[in-house]
Design a protein around this ligand. Sequence first.
Ligand SMILES: Nc1ncnc2c1ncn2[C@@H]1O[C@H](COP(=O)(O)OP(=O)(O)OP(=O)(O)O)[C@@H](O)[C@H]1O
Length: 249
Amino acid sequence: MTPSAIETDGLTKQYGDSTALSELDLTVERGEVYGFLGPNGAGKSTTINLLLNYIKPTAGTARVLGHDPWNDVVACHQRVGICPDRFDTYDDLSARRHLELVIDTKRADDTPRSLLERVGLVDAIDKPAGEFSQGMEQRLALAMSLVGDPDLLVLDEPFTGLDPHGASLVRAVVEVESERGATVFFSSHVLGQVELVCDRVGILHRGRLVAEGSLAELRDRCDLSADATIEAVFMQLTGDSVRTEEVDR
Ligand SMILES: Nc1ncnc2c1ncn2[C@@H]1O[C@H](COP(=O)(O)OP(=O)(O)OP(=O)(O)O)[C@@H](O)[C@H]1O
């Protein structure tokens, strides 16, 4: 049986007395587009950083494409495309060179030009990244995440800093990747965009997963009408009255 794209069991991260993530049980199936939502400080980046072995858990386990991210990191990263929330470019290197480095590392056969075409950055192919705007850096990071047709794309806040053209382009990339069979897992505060692309969303609040499901399922859970926006669902589930110990799937 093919393992799930992401599976966590009791995943927990403490910083001193403060709990950034508490006993997260999460399963993202292959081919899903999963939106990971939550207010500032909810634990979204902590979860992503744990899954990518950027930080170690205090407790719990995780599997990424069937691999243990802490003991099998090379196998994990080989088939995962990562678009981080903060991306530091090498100022003197061009977009082309950034992509060549990732293509070499992943032993992929993409070309920088074809990747940059997908993110609308081909005109800047030979420009030093130090001259890029924030949105251009974001597009370059997205192009780098697509190298080698990853089985799992992990996008941390992919819509941040993008104009409406850029946001539409990210959605198109997600759709193409999903049609290709890739799993897409992303965090976002841009709820309108999430609504347009996700099969399922999970909502984190104060380090706990408080709800998970399709938008229709979450509307039902919140007793909201069929035309309620994801923002209305989000506001209800992350209000102070929510009982964070309950996870409703
Ligand atoms: N290195 C650290 N040391 C101490 N506390 C940390 C550290 N990193 C994160 N935290 C805390 O962990 C909690 C979760 O942070 P995290 O960055 O995962 O939230 P987030 O949901 O990604 O937030 P945002 O939407 O603002 O990016 C916050 O309370 C944050 O202050």
